[in-house]
Ligand binder design. Structure first.
Ligand SMILES: [Ca+2]
Length: 98
C-alpha cells in the first residue's frame, strides 16, 4: 500500500513538473551532487528527472547514480527528489551524495 501511494505521489509530481518544463536529456559526465541533468544548476528539473527515474520512465546511466542519490542510501527515489527540491527552495544548504 505504501509503495502504491509512493508511486501515485511520484506520478502526480511528475505530471505537475512536466507542465512547467520538458525534461532535458542527460549528458555524459556528472559532477554536481543533485544535478543529474548535468547543466551545472540544481533545480526542479533535476527533481523531475529523479522522479522519472523512480517511476521507471527514464533510465539512469550508471555514471549518474552518484550525483543523483543525494541522501546516499543506495537508491534513487522520491526522497532524493524531495531533498533536491528542498535544496532548490533554500531549505537545505548542501547535498551530500554517495
Ligand atoms: Ca537516495
Amino acid at each position: 500500500m505504501i509503495g502504491l501511494a509512493r508511486h501515485a505521489f511520484a506520478a502526480a509530481i511528475i505530471a505537475l513538473l512536466a507542465l512547467a518544463a520538458m525534461a532535458p536529456g542527460v549528458r555524459a559526465g556528472f559532477h554536481v551532487c543533485g544535478d543529474p541533468t548535468n547543466d551545472g544548476i540544481v533545480n526542479s528539473l533535476d527533481a523531475l528527472y529523479v522522479l522519472q527515474v523512480d517511476a521507471g520512465l527514464v533510465h539512469l546511466p550508471p555514471p549518474a547514480f552518484s550525483s543523483t542519490d543525494v541522501n546516499a542510501d543506495g537508491a534513487v527515489n522520491t526522497l532524493d527528489a524531495l531533498l533536491i527540491l528542498q535544496h532548490t527552495a533554500g531549505l537545505i544548504a548542501t547535498l551530500d551524495c554517495a
